[in-house]
Design a protein around this ligand. Structure first.
Ligand code: CP3
Length: 341
């Protein structure tokens, strides 16, 4: 697996073309996923390893992506820490809101990884089914900040006012919360690697809420706490931050091998700012996949032109949107696969 295109690109080695996959590639834009969802609710799907494995493999079989991100959700970790989680049909996640931060942090018990055994079992099944193919499994988790924000708000919100208020008013409790979450996130990622994940990605979906200085001061230590122990396992660590423009230099300091950036940045600028030594993952605007396939080819080619050196993993700048036509996703993937470095 170390010779797969994907792992080589993570290591900035010279490759014949950039590898390609899409965040949220296993999901609702695929009719084959929707068919399974007609009979099974989302959480049951995540917790049934055979089904989670089947859904993980759909984009590999249908689109020929170069990596298989395991089908799961970042919020299952919070459920395993004792917070009741629901997904309302057609809506987003719902958790019980936190009212007293200090008390909540004190009462949060350590992670019992056996509660997430279904994730590790799904990874083992996927690896068995991918035997002989050079397609690594990507394990993942939410970044401590993004998880903390969901704990405090209970759901997705417009500007995450409550979480930011807690951060400013109860800074030391907030930092303790990030530390506790970082320990759990690291343990969960390590177990995924032990089960066979060839790389791991940390999703900091709400990192863009914070200023550069605050992110560096409050969030960076928790990212290091997650990444340091994984580095010893020898698998690449990918850090995705939505709102990476103000945080690129901090992302570099986190110790991650691959910096995954959103669509607001140009790849040429990212390379200029971070220098050489880290791979870059990104970053086509997911809404560009609403264009005609011939225009998607053009946009994808423009993105690839911007980064001629090794160390690029082609991806979107955030997850693929649920109403994206499959043919449009295919246009993106095949443009990358036909590219010559
Ligand atoms: O990338 C993949 O294909 C693997 C699967 C995956 C899911 N969630 C499945 C999912 C991954 C990597 C995630 C990560 C995740 N989950 C993030 C970080 C990445 C990002 O997109 O910002 C976040 C913030 C969540 C929390 C979450 N889960 C929300 C806010 C929602 C509702 C909004 C939405 O996209 O539907 C979910 C539900 C969810 N997670 C679905 C899937 C396939 C939709 C469930 C369904 O109705 O079938």
């Amino acid at each position: 697996m170390k010779n797969s295109l994907f792992i080589q690109a993570c290591r900035c080695e010279k490759v014949s073309r950039p590898p390609v996959w899409m965040m949220r590639q296993a999901g609702r834009y695929l009719p084959q996923y929707r068919k399974i969802r007609e009979k099974t609710d989302f959480l049951t799907l995540c917790k049934t390893p055979e089904l989670a494995a089947e859904v993980t493999l759909q984009p590999v079989d249908i689109l020929g992506v170069d990596a298989a991100v395991i089908f799961s959700d970042i919020l299952l970790l919070l459920e395993a820490l004792g917070l009741p989680l629901k997904f309302e049909s057609g809506g987003g996640p719902k958790l019980d809101k936190v009212f007293y931060l200090g008390e909540t942090v004190r009462s949060l018990h350590p992670l019992d990884c056996s509660k997430l055994g279904f994730v590790y079992d799904a990874i083992k099944i996927v690896n068995r089914k991918l035997e002989g193919q050079q397609v690594p499994v990507i394990g993942f988790a939410g970044a401590p900040l993004t998880l903390a924000v969901y704990m405090i708000e209970g759901e997705t919100s417009r500007d995450f006012h409550r979480a930011r208020k807690f951060l400013m008013r109860e800074t030391s409790s907030f930092e303790k919360l990030l530390q506790k979450l970082a320990k759990a996130v690291a343990e969960h990622l390590i177990e995924q690697v032990r089960a066979g994940a060839g790389a791991v990605q940390i999703f900091d979906t709400w990192g863009g809420l914070l200023s550069r200085d605050l992110y560096k001061k409050i969030v960076l230590p928790s990212l290091r706490q997650v990444i340091d122990p994984i580095k010893t396992l020898g698998v690449p660590v990918i850090l995705y931050v939505n709102g990476s423009a103000q945080h690129l230099e901090t992302m570099k300091e986190s110790g991650a091998d691959v910096l995954s950036v959103d669509w607001r940045l140009s790849l040429a600028d990212v390379r200029k700012r971070i220098g050489y030594g880290h791979a870059i993952q990104g970053n086509l605007d997911p809404t560009y996949l609403y264009q005609h396939p011939s225009d998607i080819e053009k946009s994808t080619a423009e993105m690839l032109y911007m980064h001629p050196e090794p160390g690029l993993i082609a991806n979107l700048g955030h997850g693929i949107l649920p109403d994206t036509p499959v043919e449009n996703a295919r246009a993106f993937i095949s443009t990358v696969k036909n590219w010559k470095c």
